[in-house]
Structure formats: C-alpha cells, structure tokens
Design a protein around this ligand. Structure first.
Ligand SMILES: [Cu+2]
Length: 284
C-alpha cells in the first residue's frame, strides 16, 4: 500500500483489500481523488482571483473583449490531457485486464452465483467437477436452483445460500445470473462487482490473497428487501476449503436420498424441510 492511500482513508474508503488485483483499483481511485483535489483547489483559487480582479469597484463597466491571454486555454487543455491519460493509460487497460484475461479453466474455481430476491445462491460442481443440469421447471423450496434430479452429473452438486467459501490464492470465476430482477454481486474486499441480470450469464473473476471473512452485498436496488441482501465470503486455506467441500458433499449426498419430487411446468412452493446444504436465507 502506498503512502498516497491516505486520501482514500480520509474519505472513508475501505482499506480491506484481500484480492490480487485490488491494489490497482485502490490506486486508480487514489489517483482520481488527488487529481480531483488538485482541480478543486485550482478552480477555487481561480474563482477567488476572478472575484477580486474583476470586482465592480475596479471595473465599473463590462469589458466586452474579455481576457486576451491564452492561459485558460492551456489550463483547460492540460486538464483534458490528464483525463485522456487517466482513461486510456490506466482505466481502460485495467478494465481490459479484468474482462479479457480470464484465468485458464483448470486453474480457476468456477462457481455459479444465482441471485434472487433477496439472497445469493451458490452452485458448485461437487467431487466430479461437473455441474448438473438446471431447469426452472424443477425449482421449488428444497431445490432453489432447479437441479435436474435425473442428471447424474448433478447428484453430487453443492448448493448453498448465504455463505460462499473459496480457497486462498486460487482464481475464482463467478458466473452471475438472476432468477428475478437485476441484482449486483459485490465483494468489497475483493474489489469486484458484477450485475446479475435475468437471462444473462456474466462472469467475473478475482484471486483472494488473504484468508478471512468478509461481506457479500447486493449492489443494485432490487426491491423492498434489498437492504438485507447480504452474505458472507469465507476465504479458506486450501485444507479448510477441502474439509468444507467434503462436509458439503456429504450433506448433499444425504439430501439426494430425500430428493424432492419435481412437478415440471408447475413449480409450486412446497413446505418440505429445506436441504441441509442451504443455510438460512438472509434478509426479507
Ligand atoms: Cu439484490
């Protein structure tokens, strides 16, 4: 963390970065804050100068010729130049890195994030590494993601809500989708956010570099219960992550014997006890 981070701290920006790329985001925000601060001081000084220099007592009549020096043109040109450098030199390359350079398939952990009013569901492929088929016609209270009970690839799949576990130092690709309205999967400590839009699959990625627990929040006003649409991100050591995975896989296996009976075409809410794999839904 550079000493420039002072301005971010002063403005109340979180300093809890725990991802490999987060410092770049912090840095560009820092830079923009300093730049905006310099502009603020510069333009304020200019404003005060103009108030004094062109006061009525000194200048009783309007001067229709105006200022003849080219200083304001130079100033404005420099501001435009700095903004172009910021945009083309920093912001666009940083963004391009985020959206074009996804980690290669095998290295990354792929998780499906399915947002709904008002929680995030997570779908992991289980020990076989394959995601089971999902269909909206299989959705019910005990099968919130509509996993196809007839698909063998889905038998060992892990579905959780509220808490997302990821291992440290391994890239995570989260594929975002939504069951109802537009939500936003926001991981402040990972310096990453992405909209979850119905009908779209939007991947975002990050690499956690610190173990610990942080917030997951919905960053789009998505309804009355939006304020409570929060979850927990747990960054585990590889050993802890394996242990969690094993525990969840066992729970998922246990739930399969009590698999829900799907009623295709008519997904009705059923009052069955929910899967033990699913922790309580936060919020409303
Ligand atoms: Cu939301």
């Amino acid at each position: 963390m550079s000493s420039l981070a002072l301005i971010n701290e002063f403005l109340g920006m979180p300093s809890n970065n725990a991802s490999s790329h987060g410092y770049q985001i912090d840095h560009i925000i820092e830079f923009c804050h300093w730049f905006m601060g310099a502009l603020f001081v510069g333009w304020s000084a200019f404003f005060i100068y103009v108030l004094i220099r062109f006061r009525k007592r000194r200048q009783p009549g309007a001067d229709h010729l105006g200022v003849k020096s080219g200083i304001s043109t130079h100033l404005e040109f420099s501001v435009v130049l700095i903004e172009i450098v910021l945009l083309l030199g920093f912001a666009i390359p940083l963004w391009a890195k985020r959206v074009n350079q996804f980690p290669p398939g095998k290295d990354a952990l792929l998780v499906h994030v399915v947002a709904q009013q008002f929680s995030f569901n997570y779908h992991l492929p289980g020990p076989d590494g394959q995601f089971g088929r999902r269909d909206i016609s299989f959705e019910n209270n005990s099968n919130p993601l509509g996993l196809d009970p007839n698909d063998p690839a889905g038998k060992d799949d892990i579905v959780t809500a509220g808490e997302l576990h990821v291992p440290v130092n391994r890239p995570v690709v989260a594929e975002l989708s939504s069951k109802d309205v537009i939500h936003d999967f926001f991981l402040p400590s990972m310096r990453i956010a992405g909209d979850a839009i119905p009908g779209s699959l939007i991947p975002v990625w990050f690499t956690p570099v610190k173990t610990g627990t942080d917030e997951i929040i919905c960053g789009q006003l998505c309804g009355l219960g939006h304020y409570g649409m929060k979850g927990t991100l747990v960054v585990d050591t590889p050993q802890d992550y394996e242990a969690w995975l094993k525990e969840r896989a066992e729970l998922a296996g246990g739930a399969q014997s009590a698999a829900p009976s799907p009623s295709p075409g008519a997904p009705q809410p059923q009052n069955k006890p929910s899967k033990p794999a699913a922790s309580p839904t936060p919020g409303g």
